[in-house]
Design a protein around this ligand. Structure first.
Ligand code: C2E
Ligand code: CA
Ligand code: CA
Length: 521
């Protein structure tokens, strides 16, 4: 990524880091608020339903009790006495009695109350239950009652009690109704007709209807349902209450995230100047990873790997800074530093083994830089080595455009320095562009070595790579060999060299020198 785009991406990331957690906090607050509003409405509807079911139990219980003994005359003194005791023990029943036609002939209130005309039923339900709503009784003033009758018996109740549940605010509406016919029986507040439609035959549930939170419950024992509703302003209150909790948490998360992103962005943006300082302060050093001959495991050479140890001791991996160095042109100075450091170590290494080979990594831009061959030729001279002591490793990408790479390539060849294609198979060069170059080594990338012995899709690639290497006359070096079975497999295919933890991790020059003469076990 270019530095400009890193800066833009960082600002976007910081903006996102602030906006996302807060949005999330508000969403969470809304979800929670909604949940708690629905819970509250559902509780009201359920309370009203429980009461309505008790009223239905008491009503039908009265019908069953009074009709139980067919021998007793309905309005006999004994039966009226029975009615009285029954009503006394039933909280919601005002009166039970006996009917003839539309007349109440006797009741628990006594025989005097007989002969009361109740009028025709408002509705007769499919179960045969006659319903008279809002009936006035002569002794009860303005108060209205609901009258249920079946089989010659009547129960008079005050259904208002069913919807008289405890609520948190004055604007809660509750209705008890008969779902099969959509008939409201008792209500507080105002109920919209469409709510009946939406809550029919559905058990329990809730919904938002424009400006109301609505919950409904229906009985599984009786033809009975309830609806409770309140304005959504309460929902807003609940959301705000939760948001007061969630937003500070969101802000806290946002600040942490923004800080982290900012730190990351800062290191990305300031990396070039930090690299320059590192070059000045000599914070770079080299490690060497042995390359072995697979036939006898002898250390025949080593790959030179750059290490950056910062003043605070932290080691920066090459992956984190090489690409930035390439983009900003600093790679030239880094490569020059690597060569300078190799120059210091090479003398002792070649003294111990004149055949020893050092592989130096070059970036794609080094292969376009006309100073590179000069740097390497000077290295050969000053170390008094033969040119075959040095190999440069360049990725496939470096050879993608033959016209650009060819001048530097030719000069390297002329100087006798050998060339390896690094990370083979991971890039996007075409075989035909590789064929234009006369190269020496092909490094089989670790990702392919890792698949040996597994059934990964790329697992069958190595034999093809080996074929290509052979057809281009390239000596093969397998990278990242960690196990004996990998070694055996590669040896079986005719791969000549390898490097990897199985033989040795990257190490300092002293350790390399100490171990390079030791006969492999
Ligand atoms: P590379 O050239 O493919 O180097 C091989 C990498 O694989 C090294 O990582 C090495 O430590 C690691 N490796 C070797 N054997 C094993 C193994 O058995 N197991 C595992 N897990 N890893 C193994 P390192 O040193 O971090 O280098 C990473 C990359 O940085 C190198 O990849 C190379 O592209 C680049 N690099 C390193 N030094 C230089 C340099 O001086 N100049 C330039 N331009 N690039 C360099
Ligand atoms: Ca390499
Ligand atoms: Ca490699």
């Amino acid at each position: 990524m270019k530095r400009g785009s890193i800066t833009v991406a960082s600002y976007l990331a910081i903006a996102l880091a602030i906006v996302a957690p807060i949005t999330l906090a508000i969403l969470v607050a809304y979800e929670r608020g909604l949940e708690s509003a629905f819970d509250r409405a559902a509780r009201y509807a359920q309370d009203a339903l429980t009461r309505s079911e008790t009223i239905a139990d008491q009503t039908f219980g009265a019908f069953a009790e009074l009709g139980a003994d067919k021998q007793i005359a309905p309005c006999s003194e004994a039966n009226i006495q029975k009615m009285r005791t029954f009503v006394l023990a039933r909280r919601y029943l005002k009166t039970v009695g006996s009917m003839a036609g539309n007349w109440l002939v006797c009741s628990s209130l006594g025989e005097d109350m007989g002969g009361l005309y109740l009028g025709p039923p408002d509705i007769v339900l499919p179960t045969g239950l006659q319903v008279r709503k809002d009936v006035r009784l002569p002794f009860a003033g303005e108060e209205t009652f609901q009258v249920f009758a079946r089989g010659g018996f009547v129960a008079i109740v005050d259904l208002e009690q069913a919807v008289d549940v405890t609520v948190a605010s004055g604007d809660v509406s509750i209705v008890a109704f008969v779902p099969s016919v959509g008939l409201p029986m008792a209500a507080v507040g105002s109920i919209r007709p469409e709510w009946f439609e939406r809550s029919r035959d559905q058990g329990n549930g809730f919904f938002i209807d424009s400006d109301h939170v609505v919950a409904f419950s229906s009985s599984d024992r009786f033809d009975l349902g309830t609806i409770a509703a309140f304005p959504t302003v309460h929902l807003r209150d609940e959301v705000i209450a939760t948001a007061w909790l969630a937003i500070p948490l969101g802000f806290f998360g946002a600040s942490l995230l923004a800080y982290a992103v900012f730190q990351l962005a800062k290191t990305q943006v300031s990396l070039p100047s930090v690299i320059k300082a590192a070059l000045r302060n000599k914070e770079f050093h080299l490690e060497y990873q042995p390359i072995v001959d697979l036939s006898d495991r002898k250390w025949v050479g080593a790959e030179v790997l750059l290490r950056w140890q910062r003043a605070d001791g932290e080691i920066m991996r090459p992956e984190t800074f090489i690409s930035v160095a390439e983009e900003t042109g600093l790679i030239r100075r880094i490569t020059a530093r690597v060569i300078e450091l190799v120059e210091k170590d090479a003398g002792t290494l070649f003294a111990a083994n004149p055949e020893f080979r050092l592989s130096i990594n070059l970036s794609a831009s080094d292969l376009q830089d006309e100073c590179t061959p000069g740097l390497l030729s000077r290295l050969v001279k000053s170390t008094k080595a033969g040119p075959s002591n040095f190999v440069v490793e360049a990725t496939e990408r470096s050879f993608a455009d033959p016209d650009i790479a060819s001048k530097v390539y030719r000069e390297l060849r002329e100087a006798g320095i050998r060339i390896a294609i690094d990370d083979f198979g991971t890039g996007y060069s075409s075989l035909s562009s590789l064929e234009k170059f006369d190269l020496d080594f092909l490094k089989i990338d670790k990702t392919f070595i890792d698949t040996i012995g597994t059934d990964a899709a790329t697992g069958h690639v190595i034999p093809h790579i080996v074929e290509i290497a052979k057809s281009l006359n390239l000596i093969m070096i397998a990278e990242g060999v960690e196990t004996e079975p990998q070694l055996e497999f590669l040896r079986g295919l005719g791969v000549q060299y390898a490097q990897g933890w199985l033989f040795g991790k990257p190490m300092g020059v002293d350790e390399l020198q100490r171990r390079m003469g030791v006969a492999p076990s």
